[in-house]
Design a protein around this ligand. Structure first.
Ligand code: FE2
Length: 361
C-alpha cells in the first residue's frame, strides 16, 4: 500500500471567477463567509484580484485575472467560473515534493518560496483532473492573513452556520474513474472506501459510476463520478458537456444544524433542489428514527439518511454558476459516517428534473 502523504488539512479551495468581487459578495451574502484578506492592484499585484473568505474551517479564495495575458482567461473561457485548486497544508514541503516526484506526479509549479513582509511560505503544485491542480502549502511561521501578497480586509458575512468542508465531488470522463481513484491512491496515499467500489447509481432515466477516496484519517473525503450508459444523458455528462473536461461538481459544506443553515441560506437568496415527488412518504421511518420534523424537512428540501451509526441530513443547491456545473451541498452528520447512499437516487431524480427544465435530459 502507498504510504500516505502527511497532509494536515485542506489549506484552501481556489475558484476562478469572471468577476471575483461579485462572487466574494455572493459568498458573504448567500453563504455567510467572512472576507478576511485581499490581493490586487492596491496591494502591489496589478494582474489579478483575489478575495480570501473564511467560515470556521472553510477557506475559499476567489480570483479573477485582470488582463488578457493571464492564462486563467483561457480557464474561464473553457470552463466558466470553476474551481481550479484544492490546496493541502503540509509541514515539510520539500520532503513531500520529493515523494510526489518519485511517485510520478506532474508538477505545474516546482517547490518555491514566496515572501512578503509577513514572512515566507513554501509552495508546489501538481496537476490533477482536468484543468485542476493540487497545491501543497507549508506555512512555517508565516504571519500574514493568508498567502504572501494578501493584506487584511475585514467584511463580515451573513452567518448561516457553516463550519467547514465535509467533502468535494469530482466529475470525470467516461471510463476515467479507475484512473483517478488510482491517482489518489498511488500519489497521495488515500484509501478507496470499499463499500463504494465501482458503485453504480441508476434511476429509470440515467446512470453513473461513483467511488469515494479518503485520506487515512478520513478528514479529506473525495467522491468521484463518471457517466454510465443509460436511456438519458447522465448529470455527469451534462457537466462534462458544459465544463469541457473533468472538474469539481460540488462542494459539501458542513454544518451542525442543517435546518438552521438551509433556512438562513434560503433567506439569503440561495435556491435549493426540491425532493422528488413522494420522497418523504418513502422515508417516514428514517424521519422517525432520527427524531426529525417532516414538515420542516419537506419545506427545506432536506434529504435524510441513516447508516446504522447515525443520521445524515443533506440538501443540494441549484447550480451557483451560470453553466449547470458547480453546485453546493449542505450536510449535517449526526454520527453518520457514510455519504448518503440511500439519498443518492432521490438526489439524482431531483437533478434529472432540473436537467429536463434546461432541455438537457
Ligand atoms: Fe456530496
Amino acid at each position: 500500500m502507498t504510504h500516505p502523504l502527511p497532509i494536515r488539512r485542506v489549506h484552501h479551495i481556489e475558484m476562478i471567477a469572471g468577476n471575483a468581487r461579485l462572487t466574494a459578495f455572493f459568498c458573504r451574502r448567500a453563504l455567510g463567509m467572512d472576507l478576511v484578506a485581499y490581493r490586487g492592484p492596491e496591494t502591489g499585484h496589478p494582474g489579478a484580484v483575489s478575495y480570501y473568505l473564511v467560515k470556521e474551517d472553510l477557506r475559499l479564495v476567489v480570483t479573477s485575472p485582470l488582463t488578457h495575458e493571464d492564462p486563467r482567461v483561457f480557464f474561464l473561457a473553457l470552463h466558466g467560473d470553476s474551481i481550479k485548486d484544492i490546496a493541502f497544508e503540509v509541514e515539510d514541503l520539500d520532503g513531500v515534493s520529493e515523494v510526489l516526484e518519485q511517485r510520478g506526479a506532474t508538477f505545474v509549479m516546482k517547490p518555491r518560496g514566496v515572501s512578503d513582509r509577513y514572512g515566507t511560505v513554501r509552495m508546489a503544485s501538481i496537476k490533477a483532473f482536468g484543468d485542476t491542480a493540487h497545491t501543497f502549502v507549508a506555512r512555517g511561521g508565516y504571519g500574514g492573513p493568508f498567502l504572501p501578497g494578501f493584506e487584511p480586509r475585514h467584511r463580515p458575512g451573513y452567518d448561516s452556520g457553516l463550519t467547514g468542508l465535509d467533502h468535494f465531488t469530482i466529475n470525470v470522463e467516461a471510463r476515467a474513474l479507475d484512473r483517478w481513484v488510482e491517482f489518489y491512491s498511488n500519489i497521495l496515499g488515500f484509501h478507496p472506501v470499499e463499500a463504494w467500489a465501482g458503485k453504480e447509481v441508476q434511476t429509470d432515466r440515467t446512470a453513473l459510476h461513483s467511488q469515494i477516496v479518503t485520506s487515512p484519517d478520513r478528514r479529506i473525503r473525495i467522491s468521484i463520478n463518471e457517466p454510465a450508459a443509460a436511456v438519458r444523458r447522465s448529470q455527469v455528462q451534462e457537466f462534462l458537456d458544459y465544463h469541457l473536461m473533468a472538474g469539481i461538481q460540488h462542494l459539501a459544506l458542513a454544518t451542525k444544524d442543517a435546518v438552521k443553515t438551509v433556512t438562513a441560506m434560503k433567506e439569503n437568496g440561495l435556491e435549493f433542489l426540491p425532493a422528488p415527488e413522494g420522497y418523504y412518504d418513502q422515508v417516514a421511518d428514517r424521519i422517525q428514527a432520527c427524531h426529525l420534523d417532516r414538515e420542516q424537512l419537506e419545506r427545506l428540501g432536506i434529504l435524510i439518511d441513516h447508516d446504522g451509526k447515525g443520521c445524515l441530513l443533506q440538501a443540494w443547491t441549484r447550480p451557483v454558476t451560470d453553466r449547470p456545473t458547480l453546485f453546493l451541498e449542505v450536510i449535517e452528520r449526526r454520527g453518520a459516517e457514510t455519504f448518503g447512499g440511500k439519498s443518492f437516487r432521490a438526489l439524482f431524480e431531483a437533478i434529472e428534473n432540473e436537467q429536463a427544465r434546461r432541455g438537457n435530459l
